[in-house]
Design a protein around this ligand. Structure first.
Ligand code: URA
Length: 429
């Protein structure tokens, strides 16, 4: 395969032969292809697209560019991937609920960047919690506890790391086939048999519209099917933050409340729905209502919380030491009374970032205690002057400077708004 001919083929909108595409990905992974040729091909693929067959080949070749884990456990293995959002801490209660339902959950998560938080940063706010485990320890904890949450290893889908870094600087990130191959190659390399994708849409999501989220979900499912993995996808609303807390340690507290049978309704609802789909896919229950009831029971009877505690202990952490807490907690008073009609997730995400909870650059270190707490949600009643939320920061100046911006996220109305539709669609592969 001559690299420039391969680039020309995509530039002219033609389909690649499978062997050429596989050789191309080998060249990306082994460093023999230069950045400028990969970047040129990325732009051609971005503009002219990849067919379903090409997307599946690209995904498979990227997965095979590194280590592929295989699980030999009595329990079925399951994992989920969320495209990320503001206040999305679902992985924290989900993994132990699934473990309590008899699934084994080897979950490899990411760090936050920009508006969306990362599961690893949240977990690292638990004193002692270690997300950098060897594959041997990862395997042992999944087998012993039923779930383990770690960070990306260098050996998993290395072609994606090079491709993603180049996409990031060449304006080629928002391409459905390239996103599909990037997400799916990593998930397939983790080896879980049952996969669920939470594809989010709205102001706080990577995909702004429901139609784009639907297209990505369909592409993920079609690619899974071609590669022999049946997947499910939920298309969920991320126009408003999830839960009442945004920020690392604040979200861990909310996850613990949820695991104690309380917590905000939306965190509970998504956790139950996602766990039920994974358990049903794995054949643990006869139908979805039964699986939902079992997931709700695991939250109510403490069995999921026990799994979470066991996982935290196995990963070197403790829930008996205090979580990081911000010194400063500034209320954002409601300008009027009424009902909360809408809370803009993008604005809340930006405020969280400016409070220090996130990263602008990958090299930034987040303030684990910072963020927004006790956020009112759509449908809540508010009286004039009542806090719409609290801004948690390291200095009063920083928190005070963000009060006006936070206020702009809230719309207050005189009449009760309709209930929020959290799960817009379910796709089953
Ligand atoms: N997340 C990924 O892992 N890859 C993408 O391309 C986009 C989101």
């Amino acid at each position: 395969m001559v690299p420039q001919w391969f680039i020309e083929e995509k530039r002219d909108g033609r389909e690649h032969a499978e062997a050429d595409l596989r050789a191309w990905v080998r060249g990306i992974a082994d460093g023999s292809l230069p950045d400028y040729q990969i970047a040129a091909w990325l732009m051609a693929a971005y503009l002219n697209g990849l067919s379903e067959a090409e997307t599946a080949t690209l995904t498979d070749a990227m997965m095979r560019s590194g280590e592929c884990l295989a699980w030999d456990l009595p329990a079925p293995t399951a994992d989920k991937h969320s495209t990320g959002g503001v206040g999305d801490k679902i992985s924290l209660p989900l993994a132990p609920v699934c473990a309590a339902l008899g699934l084994a959950v080897p979950m490899i998560s990411g760090r936050g960047l920009g508006l969306t938080g990362g599961t690893l940063d949240k977990l690292e706010s638990i004193p002692g919690f270690n997300v950098r485990l060897s594959v041997a320890d990862f395997r042992r904890i999944v087998a012993d506890v039923g779930c383990c949450l770690i960070g990306q290893t260098d050996t998993l889908a290395p072609a994606d790391r090079r491709l993603y870094a180049l996409r990031d600087v060449t304006g080629t990130v928002p391409s459905i086939p390239l996103i599909t191959a990037s997400i799916m190659s990593k998930k397939l390399a983790e080896g879980a048999q049952h996969l669920l994708f939470d594809v989010k849409f709205g102001s706080g999501a990577f995909m702004r519209t429901r139609a784009d989220a639907h297209r990505l979900a369909e592409s993920l499912i079609a690619t899974g099917r071609r590669l022999g993995r049946r997947c499910r996808a939920l298309i969920t609303d991320m126009d408003q933050p999830l839960g009442r807390a945004v920020g690392n340690a604040l979200e861990v507290r909310e996850a613990l409340e949820t695991l104690s049978g309380r917590g905000p309704w939306d965190i509970r609802a998504l956790t139950i729905e996602e766990a039920a789909h994974l358990a049903l896919s794995a054949g643990r229950f006869a139908d979805l209502p039964l699986a939902r009831r079992a997931a709700a029971k695991a939250l109510a009877d403490g069995s999921a919380l026990r799994r979470f505690r066991a996982m935290v202990a196995a990963q070197g952490g403790t829930l008996d030491a205090p979580l990081p807490t911000a010194e400063i907690r500034v209320p954002v008073p409601a300008p009027r009374g009424g009902f909360i009609e809408h809370v803009n997730a993008e604005t809340i995400g930006r405020v969280a970032l400016e409070l220090g909870a996130g990263r602008v650059k990958v090299t930034d270190t987040p303030n684990l205690a910072a963020g927004l707490d006790a956020l009112l949600q759509q449908g809540d009643v508010v009286t004039p002057g009542q806090p719409l939320c609290f801004l948690c920061a390291d200095t009063e100046r920083r928190a005070e400077s963000l009060v006006e911006q936070t206020l702009a996220a809230f719309t207050i109305t005189d009449s009760q708004p309709p209930e929020r539709e959290l799960i817009a669609e379910t796709l089953i592969g």
